[in-house]
Write a protein that binds this ligand. Structure first.
Ligand SMILES: Nc1ncnc2c1ncn2[C@@H]1O[C@H](COP(=O)(O)OP(=O)(O)OP(=O)(O)O)[C@@H](O)[C@H]1O
Length: 334
């Protein structure tokens, strides 16, 4: 039944461009009222996922539904608003005129003043759209995305090229819109923004979901804590097999252990007499993200021989399936 359907449902969705599998079997459900961040490196498949979601592109396999129906139907019904990377507002009209014009194309639009207020650009209403700064133009795009009073807005890298102040203002507007019970999907490269502004983060890597959960869950799943101590001239032998440890790195004379069970790791280190200047710190989301999407380190590639070449000619390793299995096994995937 349409009224009970989730805002977004992807079922085994595939999209290929020649040799590139841009979206490689994505399953995804976004509940109504949820704010989801789509996080990934360049080329991870974020924009393709958004195009499929909006019905701008058709999947080669699988099914995409918005509010239980075909995306084109949801878009026609004004249930979806979008802010895409390459939107250029037409020049010579004022901000108010453009928002009013776009709103009038929807069946149940917002009042123009309300859209301007939500985007925080009421004082710019009489300004010509080609006289706006980058940050102001981005907020106008936001006003246009919400002008039709949609249930879902989709924002493709909305804060790219904005300074800190403009970003803060933008997220304030987005949260005000979400607080009305609406659904938001945004893509970003900015990990801290995903953590701060989304209820849930989906990490994409080479078209696949490698993690799906809250910022906290993702940090926990990839070894939520860093334990560091002075090596004091001793080597790293045996550290990798200590309880909880998922990664070992050496910086100068310090060892950094990524661990999913810091208590057990610290007890084992104490038993081995390796506690000089020992520190325990939570992993940052950035660390979690990198460990989910980073290519294998050179030593691992040499050992496994799994190195392949991607379309840009960079050396990458096919670790995605293993990483996904690890995250699922540790309970971060919903
Ligand atoms: N129209 C197209 N024709 C050919 N290849 C494409 C096309 N669109 C996307 N791709 C390829 O599909 C892959 C995923 O691209 P996509 O734009 O979805 O990634 P993204 O995560 O949005 O990247 P970015 O952060 O750089 O915007 C990339 O390898 C890209 O080169």
């Amino acid at each position: 039944m349409t009224t009970m359907a989730p805002a977004v449902r992807f079922t085994a969705v595939h999209k290929r461009f020649g040799a590139v599998e841009a979206v490689a079997g994505v399953d995804l459900e976004i509940a109504r009222g949820e704010t989801l961040a789509l996080l990934g490196r360049n080329g991870a498949g974020k924009s393709t996922t958004i195009s499929l979601l909006l019905g701008l592109d058709q999947p080669d396999g699988g099914r995409v539904e918005l509010f239980g129906a075909d995306p084109a139907r949801a878009v026609r019904a004004g249930q979806v608003g979008a802010m895409l990377q390459d939107g250029h507002p037409i020049p010579r009209v004022t901000v108010r005129e453009l928002v009013a014009f776009v709103a009038a194309t929807y069946p149940h639009p917002m009042a123009t003043g309300e859209a301007l207020a939500l985007a925080g650009i009421e004082e710019l209403a009489a300004r010509r759209v080609d006289r706006l700064s980058g940050g102001q133009a981005q907020r106008l795009r936001f006003a246009l995305a919400v002008a039709g009073n949609p249930w879902l807005i989709v924002l493709d890298e909305p804060t790219a090229a904005l300074d800190v102040e403009a970003r803060r203002a933008f997220w304030h507007s987005m949260r005000a819109y979400a607080a009305r019970g609406n659904t938001v999907l945004f893509s970003t490269h900015y990990l801290e923004e995903a953590d701060e502004n989304a209820d849930r983060i989906l990490v994409l890597d080479r078209g696949r979901t490698v993690a799906d959960g809250s910022g906290e869950q993702i940090k926990r799943a990839v070894g939520g804590t860093l334990v560091s101590f002075d090596l004091a001239g001793r080597g790293t032998e045996g550290l990798r097999s200590l309880p909880g440890v998922t990664g070992v790195e050496v910086r100068g004379d310090r060892a950094l252990l990524r661990t999913g069970d810091s208590d057990a790791t610290v007890v084992a280190l104490a038993a081995a007499g390796r506690v000089r200047r020992l520190e325990v710190t939570p992993a940052r989301l950035e660390d979690a993200f990198l460990s989910l999407t980073a290519p294998l380190a050179a030593e691992d590639r040499d050992r496994t021989g799994q190195c392949t070449a991607d379309v840009t000619g960079n050396a990458t390793a096919n670790t995605t399936a293993n990483t996904t299995a690890n995250v699922i096994a540790r309970g971060a995937v919903r």
